[in-house]
Write a protein that binds this ligand. Structure first.
Ligand code: TNX
Length: 576
């Protein structure tokens, strides 16, 4: 392996050295996220029918993945084997080297003789393959390219942050396993490594729990969905829902593992619990009180259920609701512990997200059980009761070897001792938590909420919600708040973009909202802030967009100035 030269700036590397060919970054070495160092070589490696892939024994999934990519692009059936390479040329070698320092770093060396890839761990090898993939022509994703060549280059690369996340809300709208896998593929292409799967909310419970079958039988479906924006345009009166069986969840987790993506499941508590309460009304402080959905927007089916004596129904509108899990009754905790007992073995992740956001305290204030609990535990207000709730769940999960992540409201009333805080209402929660020596994931609405609209021309459409968040603004994000000392900033694990799907009824819509803003975030969390370069990003995005097109993603087209709306949104409403 040749010695890799380090360079902190891609452009310096590309323009220095008179014997180097003139390389245009937007074509030959156009990679997102931008690698730490790219040193162009001369010539290229050509794949032919004698090319062989040799992967170290630990790299079965990675060897299979690169072989599959090359088979597709070259039209050959590329030979591959596990072990050490004896071939002297025409070889692609994937190997591990424990002496490398960065756990996710990798190095690639391409010469006319072949390709050598090394990394400390298999994840690094996967990232290297994603880089190699972007060195191949985009058309190679679904067409055979005669005389497939990869330009000679040395690349050294490693990420800035360990947590590079994307979230998907499958409660407000449900997305089947195939789409979830397509989404995971997208994360992998961008070297993102965390998929935060928001599995439960007011409008649908989406994960099978065998001990509580009604969670999905009842809580997995709603009788209608509100149309348009607040104050809404009535109900669509369509029964809507779906859920993942535990077998499906295992299948998705295995799929993600092979791509080195950790799935963090979210089971929301104590708020956003209407679907669970519809299934098991005893979880509410007031089981007899009807679920509140205004008269002019409740579905006919929902209204009928309530008229027939079923007060609790799955929510059909968006927002924050007073009917939350009762914090005074121990059966709530028994239920949640049982649920978590089934969730834990499905997900190898060290973390479980327990929500904690937007929990109104109105019911707790008038619930005798909650008030009794407060008195017994010496809690002075309902925020402390929420803190009691989260800490009790944290303690339980810690005994099972898991740690919790919660939205920044878990700071109110006292932070649970080992909790990681996901800062969404700006960065203040994250700053506060880092100062208290807690781990933090930054996901402020101003930079990371992909339900916000991205083009001015989308403003006011029924599917465009909230504020304006263009791709350039996402790109400008730096998850290192100035208020923190370098030592405190060590607690910032990384950042994540959130995809709340109230106004994303279809798969096409999710893709449109995610691409290319996720692309921008992928670079934010991978490269040093000083290396970011908007105009370089835009030109590399043009090339990557071609790959999105070939792969069949419905990406939003951004013109070279970065802001102008070019593409019409997909259909506005699923039922229209
Ligand atoms: C706030 S972010 C929520 C979600 C909504 C979202 C809409 C957070 C922790 N809670 O329940 O879907 O706003 O932007």
């Amino acid at each position: 392996m040749r010695i890799f030269l380090l360079s902190c700036c891609f452009f310096i590397v590309l323009s220095c050295g008179s014997d180097q060919p003139v390389i245009h970054p937007e074509t030959a070495y156009s990679i997102i996220p931008q690698p730490v160092s790219i040193l162009p070589g001369s010539g290229f490696f050509e794949i032919d029918h004698n090319t062989i892939v040799v992967g170290a024994v630990e790299l079965e999934a990675e060897t299979a993945f690169i072989t599959q990519l090359l088979d597709q692009a070259s039209g050959y059936s590329i030979a591959h084997k596990m072990g050490t390479a004896t071939e002297t040329r025409n070889k692609i070698i994937l190997s591990l080297d424990d002496t490398l320092t960065n756990p996710e770093g990798y190095m690639i060396d391409i010469t006319s003789n072949g390709i050598e890839v090394i990394a400390k761990k298999p994840a690094g090898i996967m990232y290297a393959i994603q880089t190699l993939r972007q060195l191949l022509p985009p058309e190679g994703e679904n067409k055979i390219i005669k005389g497939l060549k990869i330009p000679a280059v040395e690349i050294e690369d490693y990420p800035r942050y360990a947590y590079r996340g994307m979230h998907l809300d499958v409660s407000r709208h449900f997305f089947p396993v195939d789409f979830v896998k397509k989404y995971i593929d997208l994360l992998a292409l961008h070297k993102m490594n965390i998929f935060h799967w928001h599995l439960t909310d007011d409008q649908g419970w989406r994960i099978e729990i065998k001990k509580y079958p009604k969670l999905t039988e009842v809580g997995g479906f709603r009788n209608g969905t509100v149309k348009g924006h607040r104050p809404y345009d009535g109900s669509d009166n369509q029964r809507y829902g779906g859920f993942y069986t535990q077998d499906e969840v295992r299948d998705v987790v295995t799929y993600a593992e092979k791509k080195h993506i950790t799935i963090i499941p979210e089971i929301e508590m104590p708020g956003h619990a209407s679907a669970a309460i519809a299934a098991y009304p005893y979880l509410s402080c007031f089981p007899e009180e009807p679920t509140i959905i205004p008269e002019d927007i409740i579905s006919t089916g929902g209204k009928q259920l309530q008229a027939e004596g079923t007060p609790k129904i799955v929510q059909e509108t968006w927002g924050v609701f007073d009917d939350v899990f009762c914090a005074g009754d121990d059966t709530t905790f028994e239920f949640l512990e049982d649920v978590l007992d089934e969730v834990i073995p499905l997900f190898p992740s060290e973390y479980i997200h327990i929500g904690g956001d937007e929990c109104p305290k109105e019911n707790w204030k008038r619930c005798p059980d909650c008030q009794k609990r407060m008195k017994e535990m010496g809690l002075t207000d309902e925020h402390e009761l929420q803190s009691y709730f989260i800490q009790r769940i944290e303690k339980y999960l810690n005994t099972k070897g898991k740690k919790i992540i919660g939205w920044d409201e878990i700071l109110e009333g006292g932070l649970a001792p080992n909790a990681t805080v996901m800062s969404w209402r700006g960065e203040d929660g994250g700053i506060d938590a880092a100062k208290q020596s807690h781990q933090v994931i930054m996901t402020p609405t101003t930079y990371c909420y992909l339900d916000y609209y991205q083009f001015k021309a989308d403003a006011g459409k029924s599917t465009a919600v909230g504020n304006y968040l263009p791709v350039q603004k996402v790109y400008e994000y730096n998850p290192f708040p100035e208020e923190l000392t370098a030592e405190q900033a060590e607690y910032i694990q990384g950042a994540q973009a959130n995809v709340w799907t109230e106004y994303m009824p279809t798969e096409e819509y999710v893709e449109y909202k995610v691409l290319p803003r996720m692309t921008a975030l992928a670079e934010v969390v991978w490269v040093a802030d000083s290396v970011k370069n908007w105009s370089s990003f835009k030109s590399r995005l043009e090339r990557l967009s071609e790959r999105y097109r070939v792969l069949g993603y419905n990406y939003a087209k951004v013109d070279p100035d970065g802001e102008e709306f070019i593409q019409e949104q997909p259909t506005e409403n699923k039922s229209e």
